[in-house]
Design a protein around this ligand. Structure first.
Ligand SMILES: NC(=O)c1ccc[n+]([C@@H]2O[C@H](COP(=O)([O-])OP(=O)(O)OC[C@H]3O[C@@H](n4cnc5c(N)ncnc54)[C@H](OP(=O)(O)O)[C@@H]3O)[C@@H](O)[C@H]2O)c1
Length: 430
């Protein structure tokens, strides 16, 4: 029998329990694939007496990180604790001691991933993070290995299940954002404090990880344009539908050659686009490569077993290479392209405004658009006689700075009561 690979697990919550269950239930097939048995040696938790979702020997549990870090038998540390500190500190220490690391922690990778990857390279050990983006979808390895022959020009992802669930409910039932959020919380899809999800930060962490793999360039997460879904209303979703679109929270990355653009915001996409069919808590990443063309990866972006599936796959990769001597994938960032400022980013826009219903109003608004070189693809007027009426526009593609200029002027027109919403549009309607 081959010598086991001893694992130290940091955390035994949702993902940690999924990892343990998979290691227990798929033991035989994992041994076949890894070449050595994967064995848990210690598990770090905060509370030794908490009831656990999986059965593990109480002797494995500890509250002392030194029990894992100081143990020379432990070759791999799996981090599923969450948060930046103390996870960063424990992983840095593990890497210095030449232990391989597998983590699911997107916040940590997005904020501190590069120094940790550099440290791993210097120590000659693995630092793998498949589970950090889109849970069970094998997108990190796909970008790193399977698509390595391509120049990736763009990626668009629905990479936050909570917001996708909320937007799906709003579209299906006409519920408000607040009602849909309460339902997501009741089903365990949203945290009591949902801001990391609904304000777009979770998706931004994942986007910078994907962009570093796809475009080979590092962008600090603080520089990503981020807009959450709190301002999306059922009214906008209904108008979008009338125009042939659905509203999704998209994480968008584009490589423009000299620069890159990275942004997270609610987006109208054509009903025919493959991402439009991605509903409920499902995630998907749509990619365009110059050799492979268009690809879409679809699946469960969270949960104990889907995320555990990605963690254990990384463990198997480590175990295989321990057998043969490691071929360590170093940091994938080989260029340093500047981020395109949002003002220069071009897209189409959906705009909803309330205006007085009287002759000449549309002409004045159209004039303001024209002066800023914004041209219109469609206009809908809703209501007649009751003041104010709603106007909905979809523009042709235009730079954000031009649109902002037009809106500043439109806002000052006495006939305009309010600009109620502005949402970007991606993808051509057929
Ligand atoms: N949940 C998902 O579906 C999902 C999907 C993809 C990625 N992730 C990522 O996976 C990681 C874990 O998420 P999770 O949902 O499994 O979290 P969780 O359920 O809150 O579990 C966290 C675990 O870490 C332990 N822990 C936390 N801080 C600790 C500390 N300072 N010292 C010792 N133990 C500590 C906790 O111990 P106690 O149990 O004793 O409190 C708990 O067992 C996060 O980075 C998350 O972003 C999660």
């Amino acid at each position: 029998m081959a010598k086991p690979v001893h694992i130290g697990l940091l955390g035994l919550g949702t993902v940690g329990s999924g990892v343990v269950r998979i290691l227990q239930e798929n033991r035989a097939s994992i041994l076949e694939r890894a070449g050595r048995p994967l064995e848990l040696r210690r598990i770090l938790v905060r509370d030794l007496h908490k009831k656990r979702a999986v059965s593990v020997s109480p002797d494995l549990l500890t509250t002392s990180p030194a029990d894992l870090l100081d143990d020379p038998e432990i070759e791999v540390i799996v981090e599923v604790m969450g948060g930046v500190e103390p996870a960063r500190q424990y992983l840095a220490e593990a890497l210095r001691r030449r232990k391989h690391v597998v983590t699911a922690n997107k916040e940590l990778i997005a904020k501190e991933g590069h120094p940790l990857l550099d440290l791993a390279t210097r120590s000659g050990v693995f630092f793998l993070f498949e589970a950090s983006v889109a849970g069970g979808i094998p997108i990190v390895k796909a970008l790193r290995d399977s698509l390595a022959a391509n120049r990736i020009s763009q990626l668009m992802g629905i990479i936050n299940g909570t917001t996708n669930y909320i937007l799906t409910r709003m579209a299906r039932d006409g519920s408000s954002f607040e009602e849909a959020l309460r339902e997501a919380q009741a089903r365990g899809y949203a945290e009591a404090d949902p801001s990391s999800d609904v304000d777009g930060y979770d998706a931004a962490y994942k986007l910078v990880i994907l962009a570093s793999l796809a475009f080979g360039t590092r962008v600090p997460v603080e520089r990503v344009y981020i807009e959450g879904i709190r301002s999306v209303t059922p009214v906008d979703i209904a108008y979008a539908r009338e125009l042939g679109y659905v509203v999704k929270l998209l994480a968008i990355g584009k490589d423009l050659g000299e620069s890159v653009q990275l942004r997270v915001h609610p987006t109208l996409i054509p009903q025919e686009h493959p991402l439009a069919a991605v509903s409920d808590v499902y995630n998907a990443v749509f990619i365009e490569g110059n050799a492979v063309g268009q690809l879409m990866f679809y699946g469960r972006g969270a949960g104990d077993l889907p995320t555990g599936s990605a963690v254990v796959a990384d463990l198997i990769e480590v175990a295989r290479h321990l057998e043969r001597g490691p071929v360590i994938p170093a940091c994938s960032c080989y260029t340093q392209k500047p981020l395109l400022p949002m003002g220069k980013v071009t897209s189409q826009f959906y705009l909803r405004m309330e205006v007085l219903d009287k002759p000449g109003v549309l002409a004045r608004i159209a004039g303001a658009f024209g002066e800023a070189e914004v041209s219109l693809a469609s206009v809908i007027q809703k209501g007649r006689g009751i003041q104010p009426v709603t106007l909905v526009f979809v523009t042709h593609e235009v730079a954000e700075e031009n649109l902002r200029r037009a809106l500043d002027q439109i806002r000052r027109l006495p006939c305009v009561h309010a600009i109620k919403n502005v949402i970007r549009v991606e993808g051509e309607r057929p």
